[in-house]
Ligand binder design. Sequence first.
Ligand SMILES: [Zn+2]
Length: 110
Amino acid sequence: MSSFEGLPDTRTSLVGRTDEGDEAWLIRSISQKLYRCPGCHGEIPIGADHVVVQYVHRIGGTEHHHWHRNCAEAVLVGRLAAIRTVPAGESQRGKLESRGRRPAGRRRRL
Ligand SMILES: [Zn+2]
């Protein structure tokens, strides 16, 4: 059991670094449509509490995926280096897209 059990939630997001050096932001969301989870390839139904994983790439640019909460906890969280909690406001889509407009070396440090 990780210390991040139950996170992200409405007030708290997570951020860590992938093996490739990209930022991975984990944000709690409610699905507005049907998604397919990259962790298990199963469906995430409409209205489900789940996790958006927003990558901010080291070289710039962003990309996001929708994960089941359990899959994110079981598969993703353990793979990220330097993972920590941040206030959910820090992980707003617009802020992360703005981070992605610069390469990692020219961003505010996490
Ligand atoms: Zn899944």
